[in-house]
Design a protein around this ligand. Structure first.
Ligand SMILES: Nc1nc2c(c(=O)[nH]1)N[C@H]1C(S)=C(S)[C@@H](COP(=O)(O)O)O[C@H]1N2
Ligand SMILES: [Mo]
Length: 390
């Protein structure tokens, strides 16, 4: 079957990157996860304009060609949906029941937002920049139609890596990922990166629209009770790609492979436990380790005893943040960053025929063969690794 996104909901499309088919550092556009709150708008790049207004000296309307003529910048970055992994939570929470694949890593190219804002001239008193997508619709608790809107603090908006993106992995942005233009906020959860961008407004007070008050907020304990935080920078996290939960492994060397990321920082270290977190060993990081980007890792696990094992990965960022062992329920179904156990079984492949009867011996042979085949892909991947990638 050709590789494709894993559909979670069909209309509008919400779909996952098939992480078990990840073969390299960059996620191909066709496999890159999709998170849509409303149906994608039908936009004609010829008549489309980016309107820039609010607290600016000059209101402007940009055509796509005008934007292409401005200086470009390219940033590699991982984007994770704030709800990624929600289906693994012990407590049921509302929202799209994502598995592990609401994440991808791409090369993002476009005009730094700061250049467009500087051309417009930001007036004093500006505190945030508001971004409006052309998509429109309703939510169960918001029956009035609304556009998808999010804001950024001025400092993040003016950061040179915050881009108005025209290209993803070198190709013009496709419709489902926000064509013709999307905001891209590296290191932040996907919700910040408004697709189908149609309007930018510089504003003088914090914006509290639906997607950053009713949705996409977490809570934090403060001295005077609970404080509400708008979902922003991505947490430090890892994902085990192989083995999968429930896999049957053999005695010998089993290759554990996965991904790790650290939001605005780079990954410094990934530790692996095969005994539910009692002891840890360091995994080998593979390929680039850069700010904003995920890092591939592998761990060669030597197993000498059969039994049931609980495999965990734990990321540490370059600024010393460590992935937590438990999920904080105050995150309300967002920022699902805890170390999730992958339970696997290792079967004995060393029993001798003398110990068992003939029929049993036959069954044993069949099982041993099945186990061998289970392990085979892992060995092939080890060879892949000699050439880079997984
Ligand atoms: N206009 C618009 N922008 C949007 C969204 C949306 O529904 N509409 N979804 C956001 C969310 S929650 C995420 S995780 C990312 C997903 O980007 P992708 O679909 O390109 O992977 O887009 C963000 N930008
Ligand atoms: Mo998201």
């Amino acid at each position: 079957m050709p590789e494709q996104r894993k559909i979670v909901t069909a209309t509008p499309e919400n779909s996952e990157t098939p992480l078990d088919q990840v073969r390299g550092w960059v996620t191909p556009n066709s496999l890159f996860f999709v998170r849509n709150h409303f149906d994608p708008p039908k936009l004609d790049v010829g008549t489309w304009r980016l309107r820039v207004g609010g607290l600016v000296q000059r209101k402007m309307g940009w055509t796509f060609d005008d934007l292409l003529a401005l200086p470009e910048r390219t940033v590699f970055a991982t984007v994770e949906c704030a709800g990624n992994g929600r289906s693994f939570l012990a407590q049921r929470v509302p929202g799209v029941p994502w598995g592990a694949g609401a994440i991808g890593h791409a090369e993002w190219t476009g005009v730094p937002l700061s250049i467009v804002l500087e051309r417009a001239g930001i007036q004093t008193g500006a505190v945030e920049v508001l971004f409006e997508g052309a998509d429109r619709g309703t939510e169960p608790d918001h029956p009035e139609p609304m556009n998808f809107e999010r804001s950024l603090p001025l400092a993040k908006a003016m950061h040179p890596d915050t881009l108005l993106v025209t290209r993803m992995n070198g190709e013009l942005l496709n419709e489902i990922h926000g064509a013709p233009l999307r905001l891209f906020v590296p290191g932040w959860y996907g919700v910040a990166s408004v697709k189908w961008l149609s309007r930018i407004e510089v504003i003088d007070k914090p914006f509290r629209g639906y997607f950053q008050s009713k949705k996409y907020t977490t809570q934090r304990r403060a001295s005077n009770g609970l404080e509400t935080i708008i979902v922003g920078p991505m947490a430090v996290k890892s994902e085990i790609i192989r083995p999968k939960a429930g896999d049957l492994l053999g005695i010998g060397t089993n290759r554990v492979v996965g991904l790790a990321w650290a939001g605005e920082d780079a990954v410094a270290k990934v530790d692996i436990s095969t005994n539910g977190g009692q002891t840890w060993s360091t995994a080998q990081l593979m390929g680039p380790q850069a700010a904003y980007s995920w890092t591939l890792w592998e761990y060669l696990w030597e197993v000498s005893e059969p039994g049931d094992f609980s495999v965990l990965a734990r990321t540490t960022s370059t600024d010393g943040r460590v992935q937590p062992m438990e999920y904080d329920p105050l995150y309300l179904g967002y920022q699902i960053d805890f170390c999730r156990a992958t339970p696997v079984r290792v079967a004995a492949a060393t029993r001798t025929y003398a110990e068992i009867g003939n029929l049993e011996a036959l069954l044993f042979d069949i099982n041993a063969y099945a186990e061998e085949n289970k392990r085979l892909p892992l060995d092939i991947e080890a060879q892949y690794n000699a050439g880079g990638g997984i």
